[in-house]
Write a protein that binds this ligand. Structure first.
Ligand code: AMP
Length: 291
């Protein structure tokens, strides 16, 4: 496995793979890898012949007072995990290599980046869209794999790729969870044992909402209200609990045929997100997420 720090070298390695007839798959991450990340790597390996993983804790997607400085890092472990997972190239640039001195050009996503995390974290999706565009231009992948765990991010990237005619196929993968339901996240490392217990309320709220919708509940506001109450009762400080259109993330009145329940909340000082696509019973039954 190649360990690469410089964008020019990364591009050359990637172009060499493509020149040799291989399709390039790409999994962008912020590191501190877990099984969720590795499921994306597995998918990229199924779909392509040369898999690039990037590890870059992107400063422009963090707001003032957020956890940029304390975001967990362990490059040695990440490198071992990538090697064992069959990654071909690991791209780990320094911030200065991605953002040249005085860089002030950004990719600004539109309406899909407005609500939910876009409202709570101003500038977050501008930072995401910018760095993903930069990474796409450096790696030049045929396919890029993202997790549905960051549901809004996936929609922002899908829309950006469509609107800007970027020559990459976007694949979304289902959320990987602990056996008790907690969605894997690098930020789970911040949780004390007691906080981790409280954090289970997110997946429980999703399960409860799925069950309600399966039993015929179709009122979006009611599904959202119950999810919020379940979180509050568990001691999660709710940022949002919303039922939205699964593609545009606009408000909806009805769940049918399908809608996404998106949750964000603080457990102590740790901000966690989770989501599930709810499918009305007459639209083909329940599913964890859409592909
Ligand atoms: P991050 O390192 O948090 O920026 O995440 C990198 C990629 O991994 C993103 O596409 C995430 O959506 C994805 N990801 C994070 N957690 C999970 C999970 N539990 N299951 C599946 N994918 C995930």
């Amino acid at each position: 496995m190649d360990l690469i720090a410089l964008p020019g070298e990364m591009r050359a390695v990637s172009r060499r793979a493509r020149a040799g007839g291989r399709r390039v798959g790409f999994v962008p991450t912020m590191g501190y890898l877990h099984d969720g990340h590795l499921s994306l790597v597995r998918r990229a390996r199924e779909l392509t012949d040369f898999v690039v993983v990037s590890i870059f804790v992107n400063p422009t997607q963090f707001g003032p007072g957020e956890d940029l400085d304390r975001y967990p890092r362990d490059l040695d472990r990440d490198r071992d995990l990538c090697r064992a997972a069959g990654v071909d190239a690991l791209f780990v640039p320094e911030p200065a290599a991605i953002y040249p001195d005085g860089a002030d050009t950004f990719v600004v996503p539109g309406a899909v980046a407005g609500p939910l995390c876009g409202a709570s974290r101003p500038g977050h999706f501008r930072g995401v869209a910018t760095v993903v565009t930069q990474l796409f231009h450096i790696v030049e992948p045929d396919v890029a794999v993202f997790g549905q765990k960051d549901y809004q991010q996936l929609q922002v990237i899908r829309r950006m790729v469509r609107d800007l005619h970027l020559a990459v196929e976007i694949v979304g993968e289902p959320t990987v969870r602990e056996p008790d339901g907690l969605a894997l996240s690098s930020r789970n490392a911040y949780l004390s044992p007691e906080e981790r217990d409280r954090a289970l309320a997110l997946s429980r709220a999703l399960d409860e909402a799925s069950a309600r919708v399966a039993a015929g509940e179709d009122r979006a506001a009611e599904v959202a209200r119950r999810a919020r109450r379940l979180l509050e009762e568990a001691g999660v400080q709710v940022d949002y609990a919303e039922v939205r259109h699964p593609d545009t993330l606009e408000p909806v009145d009805r769940v049918a045929p399908r809608a996404v329940l998106a949750l964000a909340g603080f457990v102590g000082s740790t901000r966690l997100i989770d989501n599930r696509v709810l499918v009305a019973p007459d639209a083909g039954g329940q599913r964890e997420n859409t592909r």
